[in-house]
Design a protein around this ligand. Structure first.
Ligand SMILES: Cc1cc2ncn([C@H]3O[C@H](COP(=O)(O)O)[C@@H](O)[C@H]3O)c2cc1C
Ligand SMILES: O=C(O)c1cccnc1
Length: 352
């Protein structure tokens, strides 16, 4: 109960966007040497970041991506194209700098953090954010993935990680996931919340064949039948069919919003976490910026259910925060345009 109260308190701290900063940013964009509105969604993003940070002319500041990792008991059903051991192995790869997200983060000038919310293995590395709630979830086809208390602890861990990064001076955050089997859990979450019908919620994830895809669909149906998650109780849904890293990511998004930091959302799993965050604290959505549209088939519908629109579409389906980190580029581009472009007046360019 104490964790529930704390969560309500953090949600209550999320403020509405700063309308005055947004109006000033909008006026500034209209004064720049370009046809009105011609920078399209970049203008929308710049205005929103102004509202989030409460500054008319914000800069991007220090950037961090957090990859939250957790294992999934549902892998016993053969729902992934890869073995569960990949989760801890990839955690070590993130810490060693060799994963796709590390390369993209280096290119974007961002730091990568990796958090263990529930990996099956005992991991020891000085760089790892150790927040293990339990070793992997239980098989959600047979019963709840975790207890309500564990779900709340995963969300609380994400809130704590966001606070720690804000304390370290990070101003722009991105959310990434690692957990073999987590597209199954994410599909079950989408369906449980009524965001996407079951038949459309299940996709190929890491690239399962038709037979495994059918098994994955059965697994999601079984998860909903056996657990009967209550869509009006987001923690109930998270605990029954979610994942530890998904809870962590939802908390991270809520924590970022409570600290007035923009949080870039990645692909399917990250957006499933965004849906949990949105159902817990609707106002947190104002602080989220969608990055890409994943190739995973339900992602578009899921983004829509959260109330987000992706900016780029590169047919990526990796996760890890890779799409979100690409988002650093266009967020920074939007802010630099607003900061650095000449106005009609300063450049002596005729308006009419
Ligand atoms: C080497 C490797 C690196 C990854 N990085 C992210 N994922 C992605 O794939 C997993 C989800 O797909 P499914 O539900 O089909 O298991 C997650 O770990 C996700 O982050 C990876 C998967 C693999 C194999
Ligand atoms: O959209 C994603 O993030 C995704 C899709 C498939 C597999 N892993 C991640």
């Amino acid at each position: 109960m104490e964790l529930e109260a704390k969560l309500r308190q953090v949600c209550g701290r999320i403020e509405p966007l700063d309308e005055s900063a947004m109006a000033q940013a909008s006026a500034r964009l209209d004064s720049l040497t370009k046809p009105l509105g011609s920078l399209g969604r970049l203008e929308e993003i710049a205005i929103r970041i102004a509202g989030i940070k409460g500054e008319a002319l914000p800069t991007a500041g220090k950037k961090a991506v957090v990859v939250m990792a957790g294992d999934h008991g549902v892998t016993a059903e053969g729902v992934s194209a890869y073995p569960a051991e990949v989760t801890p192995q990839m955690v070590m790869n993130f810490l060693g700098g060799g994963a796709a997200v590390n390369v993209l983060a280096r290119q974007a000038g961002a730091d990568v953090f990796c958090a263990d919310l529930g990996v099956n293995a005992d991991l020891a590395h000085p760089g790892l954010l150790a927040y293990k709630v339990r070793k992997g979830t239980a098989n959600l086809c047979r019963g709840p993935a975790m207890t309500r208390e564990e779900a709340l602890r995963s969300v609380a861990a994400g809130i704590e990680i966001a606070a720690m990064l804000v304390e370290q001076g990070y101003e722009l955050l991105a959310a990434g996931d690692m957990g073999i089997g987590n597209t199954t859990s994410s599909a079950a979450l989408c369906a449980a919340f009524g965001a996407v019908p079951v038949e459309q919620a299940v996709g190929r994830g890491t690239g399962v064949d038709d037979e495994r895809l059918r098994g994955k669909m059965e697994a999601v149906r079984a998860a909903l039948d056996v657990n009967r998650p209550d869509p009006l109780d987001p923690i109930d849904v998270l605990s029954k069919v979610g994942g530890l890293e998904i809870g962590g990511l939802a908390g991270f998004m809520i924590g970022g919003a409570a600290h007035r930091r923009p949080v870039l959302i990645d692909g399917f799993i990250s957006t499933a976490a965004a849906l949990v965050a949105a159902r817990l604290c609707p106002r947190a959505v104002d602080y989220m910026i969608a990055s890409h549209l994943s190739h995973e088939r339900a992602h578009g519908m899921l983004l829509e259910a959260v109330g987000l629109r992706p900016a780029i579409h590169l047919d990526m389906r990796l996760g890890e925060g890779t799409g979100a980190v690409l988002g650093f580029h266009f967020v920074e581009a939007a802010l630099r345009l607003m900061q650095e472009m000449a106005t009609f007046e300063s450049a002596g360019v005729s308006k009419e």
